[in-house]
Design a protein around this ligand. Structure first.
Ligand SMILES: *Cc1c(COP(=O)(O)O)cnc(C)c1O
Length: 315
């Protein structure tokens, strides 16, 4: 990408959370459901969510876009006009992906409706299949409507050191109430220079080192290791009779819990009977109910041990 056309800003991470600062409070937000909780929570905190409906387990002003086995984990376009759309692929928690053609539908929608796509590519490095975009900018027109978040957290283990970057093409515009176009790139730069003075130098140097020959080699080895874990978990669960999604372009394994059980009931059973901890799908949103997430971020030894236990488990 052309450096003069894009703003690469070193970030403290959680940029996908802080980005809400530059958007109006009355913007309509769409999120896929289930999803990484930060998108929803930051919009709740910044006043965009409306009231919580206890009964339905949803916020009234948020547009939820279900992604489940029924729609092959491909979100459908919202029926109403939305201003901000969060997309995360490879997805956390489902581990599923969208093709370029799938994403093009969203880019076209955003263009038609003056919406902004907030694209989280935190797991891009796990993609192995062809025709799965590593960046939304591979899709024609995306540089007019999309902001992309990248992170070193999952590629290089930066979760504790905090460093990431965001891409805001200068062609991406937001609109004021009077219809005036504003460069989001400038707005974000202003916000960041005011609220955050930069990633510490030592951490920046560490991030830089991930692009060295040795850094790239180590990352490649690490990712291959986790991908092999994902494969072991996926195949093991399938052998044990589970229906499994994700795991191919992702470190996440998204499984259907046995019929008649909730995500939390399965959590308890898995923990008590085979001493394995995972994440109940319902924690990621109402449409995560009935699913469960396992991750490949363990040692090979523990991964194998866990899968043996599940295979020998008298469910
Ligand atoms: C872990 C994760 C991140 C990482 O964010 P950082 O703030 O860079 O640590 C971003 N997006 C998703 C979907 C994640 O799962």
């Amino acid at each position: 990408m052309n450096q003069t056309k894009y703003l690469y800003q070193m970030e403290q991470s959680v940029t996908h959370g802080n980005i809400v600062d530059i958007f109006a409070v009355d913007n309509k937000v769409a999120i896929t459901d289930p999803v990484y909780p930060v998108y929803l929570d930051t919009n709740v905190m910044s006043g965009r969510s409306g009231n919580y409906n206890e009964e339905k387990g949803i916020y009234e002003n948020i547009v939820y876009l279900p992604v489940t086995a029924e729609n092959d984990f491909k979100p459908e376009l919202p029926k109403e006009k939305v201003d901000m759309i969060y997309l995360c692929f490879p997805n956390n928690p489902t581990g599923t992906v969208l093709t370029k053609e799938d994403l093009k539908v969203w880019v076209d929608y955003a263009k038609e409706n003056n919406s902004i796509i907030l694209y989280d590519a935190a797991y891009e490095v796990f993609i192995e299949e062809d025709n799965i975009p590593h960046s939304i900018y591979e899709v024609e027109g995306a540089k007019d409507v999309a902001i992309e978040f990248k992170s070193y957290s999952k590629t290089a283990g930066f979760t504790g050191t905090r460093c990431a970057y965001v891409v805001i093409p200068k062609t991406v515009k937001g609109y004021t109430k009077n219809g005036e176009a504003i460069e989001l790139n400038k707005l974000w730069n202003r916000r960041t220079c005011t609220k955050f003075n930069g990633v510490s130098y030592i951490v920046q140097r560490a991030a830089e080192a991930t692009y060295s020959e040795e850094g790239k080699k180590q990352i490649k080895e690490n990712i291959a290791y986790y991908k092999e874990n994902a494969k072991i978990i996926k195949e093991g669960l399938e052998e044990a009779g589970f229906t499994v999604y994700g795991a191919i372009n992702s470190p996440y394994i998204w499984l259907k819990v046995p019929e008649g059980m909730t995500s939390w009931e399965f959590f308890d059973k898995l923990l008590e009977e085979v001493n394995i901890v995972g994440t109940p799908g319902s924690g990621f949103g109402p449409h995560g109910e009935g699913y469960f997430r396992l991750t490949a971020f363990g040692t090979r030894e523990n991964t194998k041990k866990a899968i043996e236990r599940i295979k020998n488990w008298n469910k």
